[in-house]
Ligand binder design. Structure first.
Ligand SMILES: NC(=O)c1ccc[n+]([C@@H]2O[C@H](COP(=O)([O-])OP(=O)(O)OC[C@H]3O[C@@H](n4cnc5c(N)ncnc54)[C@H](OP(=O)(O)O)[C@@H]3O)[C@@H](O)[C@H]2O)c1
Length: 282
């Protein structure tokens, strides 16, 4: 049994990990009791808790909001992540840090991003750049960190894309959905299982892309969510990202492929099967 601290344990992924059936001892750290931007208190709490593994799921995740609050986004996603990594290194705790497909600019067509591709999103959103700064800080301060990149996260009861599509369908009766943004959905319960598998097999340090299967468009993902929740009759108009005004522009083709975990026998099922599970619970 290993003592594992889940930072951000009240969030969408954090609570899925925190509730996951496991023999490991699970501890939690989240707002308002703990604020990871309070460096001294965080260091003190970590010394008290003495985790052997820390999984950092905490983040400033409001992608559009980060454009108006860049300092806060950087403080949480980059600086606090780096300090956590430093404290983990001091304590001898292994760090698992959750990152995003948005560290890639998504300009590459026809070839997904491997774990060993060099992330670069210099012209990306504030959120994307703060998350890349977080990866770099974690690598700088921790010699054995595992960086887990995911995309389009969804979970039962979470604030996520398919949940927003279902809510919007019920409210408006018809939808317009972006058809030229591509990604791979990640189902939090499958991701949690894969992370515990990586822990149990003592997977080596490095980068892992954990996603459910292959790429889809926002439009196709929305259509599938509607069909699987009995709303297949709702009309959906495919539109270009240029017709959907938002503060932050996500990368259009930041499509991840899982090679590192797959080489260790860890592969998440196709997103279509995971979405059917999700739909049965909403
Ligand atoms: N959601 C996606 O589609 C997606 C895609 C790719 C990568 N990711 C990454 O996956 C990870 C988990 O995402 P998620 O959707 O589970 O996020 P989430 O639901 O927003 O959960 C994040 C948790 O961290 C907490 N938190 C924020 N600031 C904190 C602070 N200063 N101190 C302590 N806790 C703090 C949040 O509390 P409050 O709610 O009170 O702020 C929340 O409970 C993040 O690293 C995110 O960047 C997410």
């Amino acid at each position: 049994m290993t003592r594992i601290l889940i930072v951000g344990h009240k969030g969408q992924l954090g609570r899925t990990l925190f509730r996951f059936p496991t023999d490991h001892e699970l501890l939690g750290m989240d707002l308002p009791e703990y604020d990871i931007t309070d460096v001294e208190r965080t260091q003190y709490a970590l010394r008290e808790m003495r985790p052997e593994i820390v999984i950092n799921t905490a983040a400033y995740t409001n992608v559009d909001g980060a454009e108006a609050e860049p300092e806060l986004a950087y403080r949480i996603n980059a600086h606090a992540a780096g300090h956590l990594a430093r404290f983990c290194e001091e304590l001898g705790a292994v760090m698992y840090h959750i990152s995003t497909n948005e560290v890639f600019d998504g300009q590459r067509v026809g070839q997904p991003y491997d774990e060993w591709d060099q992330p670069d999103n210099t012209h990306g959103s504030t959120y994307a750049r703060s998350k890349l700064a977080g990866e770099n800080a974690v690598r700088f301060y921790h010699s054995r960190a595992r960086i887990i990149r995911i995309s389009w996260l969804f979970a039962p009861g979470g604030n996520n894309f398919p949940a927003k599509i279902v809510a919007a369908a019920d409210k408006h009766g018809a939808l317009r959905v972006v058809a030229d943004e591509y990604g791979v959905p990640t189902y939090a319960p499958d991701l949690a299982q894969a992370i515990f598998q990586l822990i149990d097999i003592k997977a080596p340090p490095g980068v892992y892309h954990l996603i459910n299967g292959e790429a889809t468009s926002r439009y196709a993902f929305a259509k599938a969510a509607l069909r699987l929740t009995g709303r297949g009759h709702i009309p959906v108009t495919p539109i270009s990202h240029t017709e959907w005004q938002r503060a932050a522009q996500p990368p259009l083709r930041a499509v991840l492929v899982n090679r590192a975990a797959a080489a260790l026998g860890i592969v998440l099922r196709p997103w279509q099967d995971a979405l059917a599970d999700w739909a049965a619970q909403v």
